[in-house]
Design a protein around this ligand. Structure first.
Ligand code: CAA
Length: 697
C-alpha cells in the first residue's frame, strides 16, 4: 500500500498530498504522515511555502469515524493542527470536494485557504453527537462572524465557496478544476509578495455582544430538545469569545471528551454507518438496476401527487393517471403546488419549474399511455380488489421489462403480483406521506421479485434523495407493523392509567416532534377507525381491545379537521388543548373493564412504548422481514420521527440492555398475556448475552 501522505518539493514549494480513499479521512496514518511532512518541509531551508491538498474526489472529509470509540492513537489532531499553525513557513490549504470536520479544522490551522468554486465546507460533528474538537470552535469565530460560526457549528450544514469567500473563510476561489496547480500558483504568489505565516490563533475572536451570545444560546438550547452536542458547541464558542486561545482550546477539548462518552454520540455514529449500510444487501450486490426514465403514477391524491413530484424532481418523465378530468386537474394542481413549494424553499429554480410543468409531466385518463413506461407505481385506494384489478390491466398494457410497483402500506404484494404473468417485475415501493418530503422508501420484496427489480427500487430511492430499506412481505411491512404494535401498547398504557396527554408529553420529552395522539389528530382519526372496522371480523377474541379511540370517533371527533379529536383545536391557535370529555370516555372504559388506573411516570410510558416497538422489531428481524436490526432503525428514524440521537429502537435496546427490555415485557405480560409475548429472537439474544448490533454484520 502506498503512503497515505506524500510530499514533493517543486521550485521552493512543498506540496503535501493526502491520499486516503474514499474521502481522505484523518486516520492515524494520515495524521502521522501529515505532521511528519509539515515538520520536514518547515525544516527545509529550500522550502518557501507549503501546500496541502487532497488526492481524488475531495480534500479531507474529517476525522476517521471508524476510529471513534476505540482507544485514541497519537498523533492527536488538536496538537497536530496547533503545531502546523505554529510553523514559520506559510502554509496553504488547497480545497476541493468537501472540507469537513477535522478537514476544515486542518484548513483553519493552515495560514491561507483557497478552493475550487465547487468546494463545500462544514463542521458536521454535531450530527455525530460531537463538537469540532480540533480547534474548530476556537478558530472559526476568529475567521468568520461569531453568529455565522455558531450557525455552521450547531447545524452542521455546509456552505459553498462563494459564501465562504464572502465570509472570509477562504482567501480566493481558484479558476478551473486543478486544485493542486491552483494551490502551487497561490503559494508562489505569496512568496513573491513576501507574505509570511498568518496563524489563525493570533487573530482576536470576532466581536459579539453578551446579549447576542445569550440570544444564540437560548435559540440553540430551545431547538436542541435533549440533544447535548449543539448546547456544548455554544459553550465552546462562549469560551472562544471570552478566553485566551489556549484556554479556549482546553475547554473545547474537555467538552469534546464529555460528548465522546455519551450514548448520543454512539447512537448518531451508529446511524451514520447504518444509513450507508442499509443499501448494501447481498441480493443486489453487483446487480445492475433497470433503466428508468419514464414513470407512470396511478392515482393523483396526496400520495400519488407526492410520488409524482418526487419523480419529477429526480429528473424523470412522469405520466399520472386519474379517473376523470376533474381529478386529473386536481392532481396537476397538487403537483404544481408541491413543486412551487420547492421553488420557494430555493430547491428548484423557476426556469426548471416551468420546464418540468411544460415537458416532463402530463396527466392521462387512459392506462394505455403507460405502454412505454419503465416503471408504473400505483397509489390507488387501499383495497386488494382494486389493486389486483389495476395490476391485471397493467400486465396487459406495459412493455416487457417494465417494473410494476404498488405503494400499498399493508397489503400482500405476492397476491398483487399473482394477478400478472410477470411476478418477477412486481415490487412494493412504499412511500411515506408527504412523499416528496419524507426520506423513507420501503422496497418490499415479494417471493418472485427479481434482484434487478430490487436494485432498481434502491436506485430510484437514491435518485429521489431518499433512504431505501428492504422489507419482506407481511402486514404493514417493517414500519407500519411496528407502529401498529406500539400504538396498541400505548392504548393499553392509557387504559392502565396514563392520559393521552401524558403519553404525548412523554413522547415529546423523549425526542419525538409530536406525540402519538397529536399525530393521530393531524392525520384524521376516521382513517384508523375505518381500518379498525375493516379488521374487526379478524380480531382475536383474546385481544384486549381498547375502545376509546372508536368512541371518540363516534362522537364525530375526527381530529384537527373537525376541530376536535383527542384535543380541542381553536381557530388561530397552533396546538390543541386537552379535553375532559376525552378523559371521561377513557374513564368509562376503565370502569366498564374494572381497571384501576395507576400513576404513570414519563419513563413508565416510554418503557412500554419502547418495549412494544423493540419486541415487534425483534419478531420482524427474527422472521427475516428485516434482514438486520439496522434496517429497522433506519425505517423508524426516517419514516416515524424516532429521534436520530437515540439511534433507532434497536440501538436504544442495546443501550438500555436487552435484559431490561425482556424483563419489562414479562412484567407487562402479567397485565395482558395476549399482547405481551416476548419475541423469540429477544429471548435468544438475552440468553446468549448478545446485542442487536451483533446481527448487523
Ligand atoms: N470517516 C470514515 N469513513 C468515512 C468518513 C469519515 N469521516 N466519511 C465518509 N466515510 C466513508 C463512508 O462510510 C463510505 O464508506 P463505504 O463506501 O464503505 O460505505 C465512504 O466513505 C463514502 O461515503 P459516502 O457514501 O457518504 O459518500 P458521499 O459522496 O455520499 O459523501 C461525504 C461524502 C460528504 C464526505 C460524506 O461521507 C460525509 O458527510 N462524511 C462524514 C463527514 C463527517 O462527519 N466528518 C466529521 C468527522 S468528525 C471530526 O472530524 C471530529 C473532529 O473534530 C476531530
Amino acid at each position: 500500500m502506498s503512503a497515505p501522505v506524500i510530499m514533493t518539493v517543486e521550485n521552493g514549494i512543498a506540496v503535501i498530498e493526502i491520499n486516503n480513499p474514499p474521502v481522505n479521512a484523518l486516520s492515524q496514518a494520515v495524521r502521522s504522515g501529515l505532521i511528519e511532512c509539515v515538520r520536514e518541509a518547515d525544516a527545509d531551508g529550500a522550502v518557501d511555502a507549503i501546500v496541502i491538498y487532497g488526492a481524488g474526489r475531495t480534500f479531507i472529509a474529517g476525522a476517521d469515524i471508524k476510529e471513534f470509540g476505540k482507544p485514541p492513537q497519537e498523533p492527536h489532531l488538536p496538537p497536530l493542527i496547533s503545531e502546523m499553525e505554529a510553523v514559520s513557513t506559510p502554509t496553504v490549504a488547497a480545497l476541493h470536494g468537501t472540507a469537513l470536520g477535522g478537514g476544515l479544522e486542518t484548513a483553519l490551522g493552515s495560514h491561507y485557504r483557497i478552493a475550487l468554486a465547487s468546494a463545500r465546507f462544514g463542521l458536521p460533528e454535531v450530527k455525530l453527537g460531537l463538537l469540532p474538537g480540533a480547534g474548530g470552535t476556537q478558530r472559526l469565530p476568529r475567521v468568520i462572524p461569531v453568529a455565522k460560526a455558531a450557525d455552521m457549528i450547531t447545524s452542521g450544514a455546509m456552505i459553498g465557496a462563494k459564501e465562504a469567500l464572502d465570509l472570509g473563510l477562504i482567501d480566493e476561489i481558484a479558476e478551473g478544476d486543478d486544485i493542486r496547480a491552483a494551490g502551487i500558483a497561490f503559494a508562489q504568489d505569496l512568496v513573491k509578495a513576501g507574505k509570511g505565516p498568518r496563524p489563525t490563533n493570533a487573530r482576536p475572536c470576532n466581536p459579539v455582544t453578551s446579549d447576542e451570545m445569550a440570544a444564540i444560546r437560548a435559540k440553540v438550547t430551545k431547538a436542541a430538545r435533549g440533544l447535548m452536542a449543539p448546547v456544548s458547541c455554544i459553550t465552546a464558542l462562549e469560551a472562544a469569545v471570552s478566553m485566551p486561545f489556549e484556554d479556549g482550546l482546553k475547554r473545547e477539548r474537555e467538552l469534546f471528551m464529555e460528548l465522546m462518552q455519551t450514548d448520543q454520540r454512539s447512537a448518531m455514529i451508529h446511524v451514520f454507518f447504518a444509513e450507508r449500510k442499509v443499501g448494501k444487501i447481498a441480493e443486489i450486490e453487483g446487480v445492475a438496476p433497470r433503466d428508468i426514465s419514464q414513470v407512470g403514477v396511478i392515482g393523483g391524491g396526496t400520495m400519488g401527487s407526492g410520488i409524482a413530484t418526487s419523480a419529477l424532481l429526480a429528473g424523470l418523465e412522469v405520466i399520472l393517471a386519474e379517473r376523470d378530468d376533474a381529478a386529473a386537474a386536481r392532481a396537476l394542481e397538487t403537483v404544481g403546488k408541491n413543486l412551487s413549494g420547492a421553488v420557494k424553499r430555493g430547491k428548484l429554480s423557476q426556469a426548471k419549474y416551468d420546464a418540468i410543468m411544460a415537458d416532463q409531466f402530463r396527466t392521462t385518463l387512459d392506462y394505455a399511455d403507460f405502454s412505454n413506461a419503465d416503471l408504473v407505481i400505483e397509489a390507488v385506494f387501499e383495497s386488494m380488489e382494486v389493486k389486483q384489478d389495476v395490476f391485471g390491466k397493467l400486465d396487459a398494457i406495459c412493455k416487457p421489462g417494465a417494473i410494476l410497483a404498488s405503494n400499498t402500506s399493508y397489503l400482500n404484494i405476492n397476491d398483487i403480483a399473482a394477478m400478472t404473468k410477470r411476478p418477477q417485475d412486481v415490487v412494493g415501493l412504499h412511500f411515506f406521506s408527504p412523499a416528496h418530503v419524507m426520506k423513507l422508501l420501503e422496497v418490499v420484496v415479494a417471493d418472485k421479485t427479481a434482484p434487478d427489480v430490487v436494485a432498481s427500487g434502491f436506485a430510484l430511492g437514491k435518485r429521489m434523495g431518499k433512504i431505501a430499506v428492504r422489507s419482506g412481505v407481511c402486514d404493514g411491512f417493517i414500519g407500519n407493523r411496528i407502529m401498529n404494535a406500539y400504538a396498541k401498547a400505548i392504548n393499553g398504557t392509557v387504559l392502565a392509567g396514563a392520559s393521552p396527554y401524558d403519553v404525548d408529553r412523554a413522547m415529546e420529552n423523549f425526542g419525538l416532534a409530536m406525540g402519538l395522539f397529536s399525530v393521530a389528530d393531524l392525520a384524521g382519526l376516521d382513517i384508523g377507525w375505518a381500518n379498525r372496522k375493516r379488521m374487526a371480523p379478524n380480531r382475536d377474541p383474546r385481544e384486549r381491545y381498547a375502545e376509546f379511540a372508536d368512541k371518540i370517533c363516534e362522537l364525530g371527533r375526527y381530529g384537527r379537521k373537525t376541530g376536535r379529536g383527542f384535543y380541542v383545536y381553536e381557530e388561530g391557535k397552533r396546538g390543541g388543548t386537552p379535553d375532559p370529555e376525552v378523559l371521561e370516555v377513557i374513564a368509562q372504559e376503565r370502569a366498564a373493564k374494572g381497571i384501576q388506573p395507576t400513576e404513570m411516570s414519563d419513563q413508565d410510558i416510554i418503557d412500554r412504548y419502547m418495549a412494544a416497538m423493540i419486541n415487534e422489531a425483534a419478531r420482524i428481524v427474527g422472521e427475516g422481514i428485516a434482514q438486520r436490526p439496522l434496517d429497522v432503525d433506519i425505517t423508524l428514524l426516517n419514516g416515524y420521527g424516532f429521534p436520530r440521537w437515540r439511534g433507532g429502537p434497536m440501538q436504544y435496546a442495546d443501550t438500555v440492555g436487552l435484559e431490561k427490555v425482556l424483563n419489562d415485557i414479562k412484567t407487562y405480560q402479567k397485565e395482558d398475556d395476549y399482547f405481551w409475548q416476548p419475541a423469540p429472537l429477544l429471548e435468544q439474544l438475552v440468553a446468549e448475552g448478545k446485542t442487536f448490533s451483533s446481527l448487523n454484520g
